[in-house]
Design a protein around this ligand. Structure first.
Ligand code: MIC
Ligand code: SF4
Length: 644
């Protein structure tokens, strides 16, 4: 059989299971990454497991999300993560160093290795031929402790790229084009593997832009081959020895194939409020813009920022526009400072922000009421910017810079001749924002500030689950809906009791009160429930509020895994039309959930209010069932860590 690249890497890392799509497999984890907004929980869980040493080749803890420090909370979390990192021999990246995915690409990503990260955009490193998967935090903690990660063997969708991009069209337009074609559900249970002549026309960071937003397709991950361009990038990062050539066999087997001619793509934008609501920019004339932001793990590379600087050189930002730039890494910022591009950006009137996630996660720069914000980011969910009435459009750096000058959303093609940016042959490789550990120091002190509260742990699954339907939602509910994040809430990522009062706040402010009144209960959702971020707070907070089961038409991958990890039973409706006959407030019972799960039976949900029963199913592995019976992954793992 001719192998695709994904299965080559999986085969090399296989620890258990059968490499057949849909079956559970265990793989060896080479590297892990965490960021601070999910990281505090990861390291609390790691501590709770009581392990002495890590089983990974490399683990890195980045501080990039919660860097505003408007009170003591963020700084205390940073200190906690720094001291845990020292204890376990984890590399620590200080605030200001940059965004985890860009930094990992620059400093640590290696073709052919596996990486799991407590952030949904971990697949960014797939641009380097790495199998890089975003997971819930507990999976990363277990990955560090055991060196293992369990997942459903994916289907592989091959996207064959041919041709060359037209002037002013860039990698962001490619992934927006794909999102338009496949939608936010199009990648679920799949790895997206890129191949074809068109790959050679994309720089390493262009590839990373495309794999980064594979997360928005719901894909397990996305991957490019490792070739001469990968080698050139690694050489310029002074890491040529980390390179190896990697590609699928010729005529490799794939579950699905799509062909895209890069020359067919034009500048695109994702309109409010979903990354797949994509249109050609030329179809949206006369849109007045208030804010333009360039940065995030999608588009903050050297090439992206140099292109923006070249467009802005000698021009002025429109008087009605606020332009913000957040570079992906301190080394990129240093290079822009050294070569004068930073000066061009400042002269044009740009606001230079810290090298961090910043406005992408609502940490500052919220737009004005009813404002229009163009962002080179990856998510434009309603309210994520911090301003509920604002309209966020996702665009390329080229479109962003051109529009910042014009004051309107414009197609960069109108700027005339395209500007070519040369990839550097030597990147700046300063490492002063990193703290490299001198091995693990098991008795070094871990410092925990007063905002760090214990996280909830479930009990073993009872025979019967019963309660009220606390909330009925529509399709494509995001984890930003379940557990919103902004500059006011992010400081409380290690304080679940505080966060619990904001769960589903943008949809139903009284959700948490109902949970308290009825002592928990059930949630009913539509298709693709839990898409978006990997934040396990979207499971831990419902657990804290007493949610026992979530019943939906279909789930997004990471959120479903997080529910299982926290011992909340995720069920799917056998007939999705049954969704219509359950209403919020109904009293529901899963009479023998323990027996039904253990026996792999169809699960009967009785609606006491309406006096009927409907059928549900649990779609998961025998190991997932064991985890649910144990009351979540931590209970399960603690009891089995020795045998892992
Ligand atoms: C995001 O982009 O939503 C985040 C913030 O990076 C999240 C992680 C989080 O919620 O902390 C993600 O994508 O996983
Ligand atoms: Fe940070 Fe935004 Fe990337 Fe999430 S999507 S890791 S918040 S830059």
């Amino acid at each position: 059989m001719k192998k695709n690249l994904t299965y080559k890497i999986l085969e090399q890392h296989l620890i258990s299971g059968d490499l057949t799509p849909g079956k559970e497999i265990g793989i060896k984890v080479d590297q892990t990454l965490t960021q601070d907004s999910t990281g505090t929980m990861v390291y609390l869980q790691l501590e709770a497991m009581g392990v002495n040493s890590l089983k990974t080749e490399l683990s890195v803890a980045y501080i990039d999300h919660n860097t505003l420090q408007t009170g003591f909370e963020n700084a205390d979390d940073h200190e906690f993560i720094k001291t845990v990192a020292a204890k376990y021999g984890i590399v620590f990246s200080k605030p200001g160093n940059g965004i985890c995915h860009q930094l990992h690409l620059e400093n640590f990503a290696k073709p052919g290795k596996t990486l799991i990260g407590s952030d949904s955009h971990t697949p960014t490193c797939g641009g380097m031929g790495m199998l890089a998967i975003g997971t819930g935090g507990l999976d990363v903690a277990i990955g560090m402790a055991s060196g293992k990660y369990y997942l459903k063997a994916p289907k592989v969708l091959n996207i064959q790229l041919t041709g060359k991009l037209k002037p002013w069209v860039s990698a962001k337009d490619v992934i927006l084009f794909i999102l338009k074609k496949l939608t936010v559900k199009g990648g679920v249970s799949k790895v997206i593997e890129y191949s074809g002549d068109g790959v050679a026309a994309l720089s390493l960071t262009d590839r990373a832009t495309i794999t980064n937003m594979g997360a928005e397709l719901g894909a397990t991950t996305s991957i490019f081959p490792s070739d001469a361009i990968t080698l050139a990038y690694l050489t310029a990062q002074n890491r040529a020895s980390d390179w190896m050539a990697l590609a699928a066999d010729e005529d490799a087997d794939y579950d699905e194939r799509i062909a895209i001619d890069l020359a067919d793509i034009t500048p695109m934008t994702a309109k409010p409020h979903s990354p797949d609501n994509v249109d050609n920019i030329s179809n949206i004339p006369g849109l007045k813009v208030n804010q333009v932001l360039i940065g995030s793990c999608t588009n903050s590379s050297y090439k992206d920022l140099m292109k923006a600087a070249a467009i802005l050189k000698g021009k002025s930002v429109h008087p009605d526009v606020s332009l913000g730039i957040s570079p992906g890494s301190s080394n990129i910022l240093k290079m822009l400072a050294d070569n004068g591009a930073l000066s061009d950006l400042i002269a044009a009137g740009a606001r230079i922000l810290e090298c961090s996630c910043g406005p992408c996660i609502g940490m500052g720069q919220s737009p004005q009421s009813n404002g229009v914000s163009l962002r080179t980011f990856n998510r434009n969910f309603c309210g994520r910017s911090g301003t509920k009435s604002a309209d966020v459009y996702l665009v390329s750096p080229e479109t962003a810079a051109a529009s910042a000058i014009s004051g309107y959303l414009i197609d960069p093609v109108t700027l005339g001749e395209d500007i070519a940016i040369k990839e550097p042959t030597a990147f700046s490789t300063e490492r002063n924002y990193f703290i490299f550990p001198q091995g693990a120091k098991t008795n070094s002190k871990v410092i925990m500030g007063p905002n760090i509260k214990p996280f909830p742990i479930n009990n073993q699954l009872p025979i019967t689950l019963e309660g009220k339907l606390l909330l009925k939602t529509g399709d494509n509910i995001t984890t930003d809906d379940i557990m919103p994040s902004d500059s006011k809430l992010l400081p409380y990522r290690s304080n679940i009791p505080h966060l619990s009062k904001y769960s589903f706040n943008n949809i139903d402010e009284d959700f948490w009160k109902r949970c308290e009144t009825y002592n928990g209960g059930f949630i009913l959702g539509g298709e693709n429930y839990g898409q978006g971020s990997s934040r396990e707070h979207a499971a831990l907070v419902p657990l804290y509020l007493g949610v026992k089961a979530v019943i939906v038409k279909s789930f997004a991958r990471i959120h479903k895994a997080n529910l299982i990890n926290s011992g909340i039973v995720p069920l799917e409706l056998v007939n999705t039309t049954d969704y219509d006959i359950i209403d919020a407030g109904d009293d529901l019972v899963l009479e023998d959930i323990k027996g039904d799960l253990s026996n792999g039976d169809v699960i009967e949900l009785t609606n006491l209010t309406k006096g009927h029963s409907i059928k549900c199913k649990f779609v998961g592995s025998p190991r997932d069932i064991e985890i649910l019976l144990a009351g979540g992954s931590l209970n399960y793992t603690k009891s089995s860590l020795e045998v892992l």
